[in-house]
Design a protein around this ligand. Structure first.
Ligand code: PHE
Length: 451
């Protein structure tokens, strides 16, 4: 590391922390409903293509930028190309994106924690099947519930960051990620053994390309990037904590495989259950809060246990991602000279404030009358952070990497200073980084925005 920061202790620690960042609401909350909107397996197919061709390339790109420079994004870009300091703007753009993402993340995590609580106390299982839509609407419009749970969730996140990179982030990720895998597998088994489960699998694995349009392609691209936490500098920060002797290709491959597997497993856990209970798979953002409780209710008493497990799973997945977002913003301010803990608290306070605004923007909520362009604040932040901001950030990052940064530096970093054989370097650099990734990003962005 350029500046003796504490980093992760091992490659395993890197993989757990970065997979923790990647696996989050994006996989379990957003991926299934995007799949539902854009043709099930057709969406999955495009998603996999984007994840491996663009997402993983960006993950490696950000890791190299982070580890090579030893800095968070605002300083990392100029450090690698001192002649063009204006590239720091890409770093700042990333910080802006992370700031927005964390605000909406806290809101959804707050709901999730709230639903976890209600499933533990039995409130959720006492609601009749046709009452969940109303219950969700009342929950998000309540003046205090979303805010209280948001603050509790944020407090957990802050606590981990105050614990530090090794004793906070790495330790918690190593503990939570395996638990998460077990939980999601348990839910898959239950879902697959429900009567009529095969309909859900059909839906997820039989492509319907008619539902896929350019808007969908951009949404899926945004989702692929969002899901790997790339395009906003978060992985530059984790990159700056990667030990010198870790193999970046291997690490990135593990993280990508974890991320994709959990998204697909979440689909397997959710869709068969949704079909078995006769619910609508295209339920949109409310899918896991309005549709899944019906599914759990229809399972009888074990349903309550599965509800608890599911909302626990979602809360934990959200926690390790929120940790990475808060860490990114904290590291950025710390690199600017602020004390780490002061920075973490300051960012948390600012996020809580923005989060409350976003939380109050729902039907019946205190700020629900603010609807520029016909969308409320939440939908704006969701659209921006989900579909638009990450692809733009990713495009600028990969252009910097392929066309501005020195090729020798990249080679040196990927080969661990000549220790590792990187026979794939030419394909990676000359084809994927310089042409395929930027072209695909540009085309999807332009076509998605124009249509
Ligand atoms: N990857 C996370 C998810 O899929 C979101 C995230 C984005 C986390 C950026 C950190 C940084 O939910």
């Amino acid at each position: 590391m350029a500046n003796n920061k504490t980093g992760f202790t091992s490659s395993f620690g890197v993989i757990m922390a970065a997979a923790g960042s990647a696996v989050g609401l994006g996989n379990i909350w957003r991926f299934p409903y995007i799949c539902g909107q854009y043709g099930g397996a057709a969406c999955l197919f495009v998603y996999l293509l984007f994840v491996f061709l663009i997402g993983m390339v960006l993950l490696m790109t950000e890791f190299v930028i982070g580890r090579r420079s030893g800095f968070s994004p605002e300083k990392a870009f100029p450090a690698l190309c001192p002649k063009r300091p204006a590239w720091k703007l890409v770093g700042l753009y990333g910080m802006f994106t992370c700031f927005l993402i964390l605000s909406i993340y806290l809101v959804i995590s707050g709901w999730t924690l709230g639903y976890f609580w209600e499933s533990v106390t039995g409130t959720l299982s006492s609601i009749a099947n046709d009452g969940f839509a109303d219950h969700f609407e009342a929950f998000v419009a309540s003046p205090w519930k979303p805010v209280v749970f948001l603050v509790v969730f944020l407090a957990f996140t802050l606590l981990v960051i105050l614990g530090g990179v090794q004793k906070g982030i790495e330790k918690v990720s190593k503990l939570l990620m395996p638990i998460l895998l077990v939980l999601v597998l348990l839910l898959c088994v239950r879902s697959l053994t429900l009567p009529g489960a095969s309909k859900g699998l059909d839906y997820l694995f039989h492509p319907n390309f008619a539902l896929l349009n350019w808007e969908g392609i951009l949404a899926i691209l945004g989702q692929a990037l969002f899901s790997l936490s790339v395009g906003m500098g978060a992985m530059i920060v984790y990159g700056s904590y990667i030990p010198r002797d870790s193999n970046i290709l291997k690490t990135a491959t593990w993280i990508t495989v974890c991320d994709v597997s959990i998204a697909v497993l979440a689909g397997i856990a959710i869709f068969p259950a949704v079909f078995a209970a006769g619910q609508d798979p295209a339920g949109g953002p409310g899918l896991v809060y309005q549709v899944l409780p019906v599914v759990f209710n229809s399972m009888g008493t074990v349903g309550q246990i599965f509800a608890i497990l599911f909302f626990l799973l979602l809360s934990l997945a959200a926690l390790t991602s929120a940790i990475s977002l808060l860490e990114t913003l904290t590291a950025w301010l710390a690199d600017r000279g602020m004390k780490r803990n002061v920075a973490a608290v300051l960012v948390s306070v600012a996020e809580a404030a923005l989060g409350v605004f976003v939380a109050y923007s729902f039907n019946g909520g205190l700020l629900s009358h603010i609807t520029p362009g016909g969308m409320n604040l939440f939908d704006w932040v969701d659209k921006l952070t989900g579909a638009y901001l990450p692809p733009i950030g990713a495009l600028l990052t990969v252009i910097f990497f392929g066309w501005v940064m020195k090729k020798e530096d990249i080679y040196d970093e990927l080969s661990n200073h000549g220790v590792l054989k990187v026979s794939w370097f030419k394909v990676f650099y000359h084809i994927l980084v310089r042409f395929v990734a930027p072209a695909a990003l540009l085309v999807s962005l332009v076509a998605g925005i124009l249509t």
